[in-house]
Design a protein around this ligand. Structure first.
Ligand SMILES: NC(=O)C1=CN([C@@H]2O[C@H](COP(=O)(O)OP(=O)(O)OC[C@H]3O[C@@H](n4cnc5c(N)ncnc54)[C@H](OP(=O)(O)O)[C@@H]3O)[C@@H](O)[C@H]2O)C=CC1
Ligand SMILES: O=C(O)C(=O)[C@@H](O)[C@H](O)C(=O)CO
Length: 276
């Protein structure tokens, strides 16, 4: 079994340095895929109300027999923003998961035109105080949005999960996270496979270390201090993706990979992209 090291969050709890994305893992095959990842050594699972797979994640967690070793993430969708709505949304997630605690609870998108993410955050603080949720964080938040949460509530998110891959390394946002003790999580860390994995620089670095280009990309994330959450439905790829803690990249290699930067790949600017 692969051992994925932990990292301590600003609330004193532990997160894994790499986790499993579960977007599109649904139905019995989804449960099998998530269960296979846990068997391989994954301990961090990333779900969301909008993935419509909380029941599958919960089923895989129960099947594992190691619930307390697992970090189950889910996210409040835009349509549930607001104080009371978020409390109700969390209750719904717990019911679908079939668990008595959410380990990491995130605001999925800030939806600034709705302007209820601060009230949503206050409800998440309450959920943490009740013990229903262990750690609270956000996703797709910009620096001004993070600063506003901190200023208005005094509570700094433990995590900000954002688009991050070699085409979009997010150096400025990561520096803000580092200054405030916020752990970065990388969504679509493989750039959804795209042409990223055929970039010559990745082949060169992979050859130098005797690993695959995919492993180079995921190791690059961890060396930046971010937790990637690659999704794969296939056990052999899940193992390949998790097995990145036995080699290190040089500073030059990290810089060369970051040099692939070209910007966001999808229409996901949190100032304008909103999801309900
Ligand atoms: N907070 C947010 O707004 C967002 C969060 N997310 C989260 O991030 C997770 C990961 O992002 P996602 O968009 O899924 O994209 P990823 O970058 O993780 O890429 C997933 C794709 O890569 C393929 N793949 C995975 N491993 C390998 C491998 N070793 N070799 C070749 N191909 C591989 C998968 O195929 P296969 O399954 O067939 O192996 C799938 O097609 C999501 O599942 C979700 O949990 C994603 C988007 C937005
Ligand atoms: O996967 C997620 O968490 C999302 O927020 C997606 O909706 C993502 O933004 C997407 O797939 C957009 O096409």
């Amino acid at each position: 079994m692969i051992s994925i090291p932990p990292v301590t969050l600003n609330d004193g709890t532990e997160l894994a340095q790499l986790g499993l994305g579960t977007y599109n893992l649904r139905g019995p095959e989804g449960v099998d895929a998530i269960a296979a990842a846990i068997d391989s050594g994954y301990r961090l699972l990333d779900s969301a109300v909008n993935y419509e797979n909380e029941a599958e994640v919960g089923e895989a967690v129960r099947r594992s027999g190691i619930r307390d070793e697992l970090i189950v993430t889910t996210k409040v969708p835009g349509r549930d923003h607001g104080y009371e709505q978020t409390l109700a949304s969390a209750a719904g997630s717990l019911e679908r998961l079939g668990l008595d605690r959410i380990d990491l609870y995130l605001i999925h998108w800030p939806n600034p035109s709705v302007d209820r993410y601060v009230d949503t955050w206050r409800a998440m603080i309450e959920l943490r105080e009740r013990g229903t949720v262990r750690s609270i964080g956000v996703s797709n938040f910009t620096e001004p949005m993070l600063a506003r949460l901190i200023d208005e509530t005094g509570v700094t998110p433990a995590v900000n999960q954002v688009e991050l891959h070699p085409y979009f390394p997010q150096a400025k946002l990561r520096a803000f996270h580092a200054a405030h003790g916020i752990r970065t999580e990388s969504w679509s860390p493989l750039a959804r496979r795209s042409e990223l994995l055929t970039e010559p620089v990745l082949a060169e670095v992979a050859e130098a270390h005797g690993v695959t280009p995919t492993q180079v990309v995921l190791r690059w994330h961890t060396e930046l201090g971010s937790t990637p959450i690659p999704k794969s439905a296939h056990p052999e790829r899940q193992r390949e993706n998790a097995d990145v803690f036995g080699f290190t990249l040089t500073n030059d290699e990290v810089a060369a990979i970051s040099g692939l930067e070209r910007g966001r790949l999808w229409d996901g600017d949190p100032d304008t992209h909103e999801e309900m």
